[in-house]
Design a protein around this ligand. Structure first.
Ligand SMILES: Nc1ncnc2c1ncn2[C@@H]1O[C@H](COP(=O)(O)OP(=O)(O)OP(=O)(O)O)[C@@H](O)[C@H]1O
Ligand SMILES: [Mg+2]
Length: 447
């Protein structure tokens, strides 16, 4: 491969400039090439012979002209790789010119050429502020010039290659890192979802077991109660007719009041039994956690079932205010939506003060004429502790929690987010620390 290197010569002596041109247009001295090769650790020049050199030599008389050439060469992306500069030139001397040149292009190799009586290498280093200077005494030997040209242009080239390779490597590294991060994130999310669905599944098995076990005793008690009701009627009839009425004293009074209480006790028990039955129905609904059916459902039904689930947890004084609008049924995964709402409500219950208020509002938002433009908006508001501003952006991150270890897994909202997205919806959270939090979900009624 033939490479052309650009070399700049700055010397005010026209004769010397011509000599440079002659020397640098002839590159055949084997012995010297070997020496040059040794400088960059090749065994002989033959190992690098495949890299043929051509020098494009630019001759200049003054330092300021030289600086101009460096500037344009950079602009045109035709960088100069090497400069031979005479120390004694008109205007600024060689070293000062070099310092300015290196400010423009720090990669250029510079060889300082000086007569014996002039500068020492240390003096030049002091002026240019760099150690990597090359130094040549006048009168020079043409072979020395060739050797410098060959070795330094090669080094210049290798340094550039190295830099561009390093840059590529860094870019590749960065890309790899990003990929790795996004993979990690996905694995974390999937794991979180798995854990959650595992949790829901075992909760489901547990609750359906309980519901099933409660069924039989409850129906037995119900039957017994109705029999008891009949019996109590008979007892009363009997007592009213019997001699007991004619008896005097406390024994009679106690007996009559006990019989009178029977009615109330039986009614009350029957009412309680109905509550238990309702709970069982709810447990059954929730326990179908593997129920992934997609169907048209009344969103209010979902909210109410979900509310029933947390009802036991709700602090005694906590108030739930509902403001439901007339809504069409929506196409959804009811079980999943219930889970999403549950996660929001549990957060609110946890954040609200004991006598707090949680309000739930449903609205229809019609954006256009088509049925698919209909959005259902659900707003959950609490007057709880609120969320610190710096946390708002992290709420949907899996495992983000401000709760003590063991209390929150930080999965609630991340799962809610995924479920809302599954329904092609949106979720936003607004909060003011100390005032409360509002979670808004919008879901198209027809996806
Ligand atoms: N209504 C709210 N009021 C105040 N802070 C909230 C509310 N909802 C969420 N947060 C904050 O957001 C964090 C993340 O909520 P998320 O439901 O994802 O996890 P968690 O409740 O901490 O744990 P998990 O739901 O898994 O038990 C909570 O730790 C809490 O700091
Ligand atoms: Mg939560």
């Amino acid at each position: 491969m033939i490479r052309t290197f650009r070399i700049l010569v700055i010397d005010d002596d026209p004769g010397i400039r011509d000599t440079y041109r002659e020397i640098l247009s002839d590159t055949k001295s084997d012995e010297l090439l070997d020496k040059g090769a040794a400088l960059f650790e090749a065994k002989t020049h033959r190992q690098i012979q495949s890299d043929q050199h051509h020098y494009d030599v630019i001759l200049e008389e003054r330092g300021d002209k030289g600086i101009e050439i460096i500037e344009t060469s950079l602009k045109e992306d035709q960088p100069i790789s090497l400069i031979f500069i005479d120390m004694s030139i008109p205007g600024k001397n060689g070293a000062e010119t070099a310092r300015l040149i290196w400010e423009i292009d720090e990669d250029i190799k510079i060889v300082f050429v000086t007569a014996f009586s002039e500068y020492t290498p240390d003096e030049i280093t002091d002026i240019v502020g760099r150690e990597d200077i090359f130094y040549l005494r006048k009168p020079f030997n043409p072979d020395e010039i060739r050797q410098f040209a060959r070795a330094l242009t090669k080094e210049w080239f290798l340094e550039r290659e190295k830099r561009s390779l390093t840059k590529d490597l860094q870019r590749a590294n960065r890309e790899l890192e990003e990929l790795n991060n996004s993979l990690n994130e996905r694995v974390e999310k999937q794991t979180a979802l798995l854990i959650q669905s595992e949790k829901m599944a075992s909760l489901g098995i547990l609750t359906s077991g309980i519901a099933h076990k409660l069924n039989t005793p409850v129906s037995t008690i119900k039957e017994n109660l109705s029999k008891l009701d009949q019996s109590s009627g008979l007892i009363k009839q009997f007592v009213n007719r019997s001699d007991a009425r004619r008896e005097n004293g406390s024994a009679r009074n106690n007996f009559l009041s006990a019989v009178g209480n029977l009615d109330g006790l039986i009614r009350n028990s029957a009412e309680e039994i109905i509550k238990i039955e309702k709970t069982i129905t709810n447990l059954k609904a929730i326990s179908k956690s593997d129920d992934t059916t997609y169907r048209q459902t009344d969103i209010h039904e979902i909210i109410d079932t979900t509310l029933n689930v947390i009802h036991n947890d709700i602090k005694q004084e906590l108030r739930i205010e509902k403001e439901y609008s007339d809504l069409p049924e929506i196409w959804c995964y009811p079980q999943k939506l219930s889970q999403a709402i549950l996660n929001i409500l549990v957060n609110s219950v946890q954040a609200a003060p004991p006598d707090g208020v949680i309000s739930i509002k449903t609205e229809l938002d019609i954006r256009g004429k088509r049925a698919s433009d209909q959005l259902i908006r659900l707003t959950f508001r609490d007057n709880g502790s609120g969320i610190a501003e710096q946390d708002i952006l992290k709420l949907f991150d899996p495992f983000f929690t401000t709760k003590p270890i063991g209390e929150g897994t930080g999965l609630g909202l991340s799962i809610t987010y995924d479920i809302v997205k599954l329904h092609h919806g949106d979720i936003t959270i607004n909060s003011k620390p100390g005032e409360g939090t509002t979670v808004t979900i919008t879901i198209p009624s027809i996806p």
